[in-house]
Design a binder for this molecule. Structure first.
Ligand SMILES: Nc1ncnc2c1ncn2[C@@H]1O[C@H](COP(=O)(O)OP(=O)(O)OP(=O)(O)O)[C@@H](O)[C@H]1O
Ligand SMILES: [Mg+2]
Length: 250
C-alpha cells in the first residue's frame, strides 16, 4: 500500500478513516493490526478485500492494482460468522468451489482436507446452528482456505470467544499458517493475541488511522501448541506488550 487514505462521505459529514498508510505485506507473513476502536482497522481490511476503494494512494497485489471487487483471492473471516444457515458445514465450505465449477471429486477432497485441518471433519453434516461459536469460526476459516486465497483477511475473528476457546483457536490458526504458509492479515483488539500470532505487528493511531509502530517477531514460528501461556510472562513479551498498550492508550 502506497500512501493509502480513505475518507468516507456520508450525507452529514466527511470522515477521514485512514491517512498515509504505507505498508508492505510479505508473502507468508502473519500481519496483526492493532489500534484504538474506530481508528480504521476494518476500513483497511475492507480496502484490501475490495469492499471499499481507497480515496488516495494505491494498493497492489503481486504488483498489480487489486481489483476493486471482492474475489476468492482475498478471503475474509469476520467476527461473526457468515455461514449459510440452510447449508450444512460441508456444503458451506464447498460453496466457493462449486461456484467456480471445481469438479465434485476434487471438491470433496478439498473440503475434507480443510475440515480436518480445523478439526471439524466429524461435524461436516451438521448445520451451523448446531455448532458452538468457536466451531462456527473454524468452519468459516475452512471455507476461506478451501478457496486457496492469496491472502486471508480476518477481522477480530476470536473477539467473541471465551478465553480458553480463544487460546485453542490461536493455536489452530498458528498451526494452519505454519502448515499452509498462507499470508494472513489479522485484526485484533487483544495485544497479547497479536504478540502470540503476528510475525509483523502494526499499530495504528486513533482516527485518522496512521501507522505509528511496526514490530517484527519470530515468536510465532517457535510457539509450541498448548504452551502459549508460558510466553505471556517472559520479559521480552511483557516489555513489548506494555509498549504497545501505551501507544494505543496515549
Ligand atoms: N460506511 C461508513 N460510512 C461512514 N463512516 C464510516 C463507515 N465505516 C466506518 N466509518 C467511520 O470510519 C472510522 C473507522 O471505522 P472502522 O470500522 O474502520 O474502525 P475500527 O478500527 O475497525 O474500529 P473497531 O475497533 O471499533 O472495530 C470510524 O470513525 C467510523 O465511524
Ligand atoms: Mg473494526
Amino acid at each position: 500500500m502506497h500512501n493509502v487514505g480513505l475518507t468516507y462521505q456520508t450525507d452529514k459529514q466527511m470522515v477521514t478513516a485512514l491517512e498515509n498508510i504505507n505498508l508492505q505485506i510479505e508473502e507468508g507473513s502473519f500481519v496483526c493490526v492493532l489500534g484504538p476502536s474506530g481508528c480504521g482497522k476494518t476500513t483497511l481490511l475492507r480496502i484490501i478485500a475490495g469492499f471499499h476503494q481507497a480515496t488516495n494512494g494505491e494498493v497492489l497485489l503481486d504488483n498489480e492494482p487489486i481489483s476493486p471487487k471482492p474475489d476468492e483471492h482475498r478471503g475474509v473471516v469476520f467476527q461473526q460468522q457468515m455461514l449459510y444457515p440452510w447449508l450444512n458445514i460441508e456444503k458451506n465450505v464447498e460453496f466457493g468451489l462449486k461456484m467456480r465449477n471445481v469438479p465434485p471429486i476434487e471438491r470433496r477432497r478439498i473440503v475434507d482436507h480443510y475440515l480436518e485441518m480445523v478439526g471439524l471433519l466429524q461435524f461436516k453434516k451438521s448445520k451451523s446452528y448446531e455448532l458452538s461459536g468457536g466451531m462456527k469460526q473454524r468452519a468459516s476459516i475452512a471455507r476461506v482456505l478451501a478457496n486457496d486465497p492469496r491472502i486471508v483477511l480476518m477481522d477480530e475473528p476470536f473477539g467473541a470467544l471465551d478465553a480458553m476457546t480463544k487460546e485453542q483457536m490461536q493455536d489452530n490458526i498458528r498451526n494452519i499458517w505454519r502448515e499452509t504458509n498462507k499470508t494472513i492479515f489479522f485484526i485484533t483488539h487483544d495485544v497479547e493475541e497479536a504478540l502470540l500470532l503476528g510475525t509483523h505487528i502494526i499499530v495504528l493511531s486513533s482516527r485518522p488511522g496512521r501507522i505509528i509502530k511496526e514490530l517484527h517477531s519470530e515468536l510465532p514460528y517457535d510457539i509450541e501448541e498448548g504452551r502459549s501461556r508460558m510466553y505471556r510472562s517472559e520479559k521480552d513479551f511483557v516489555i513489548k506488550r506494555e509498549e504497545i498498550i501505551n501507544l494505543i492508550s496515549s
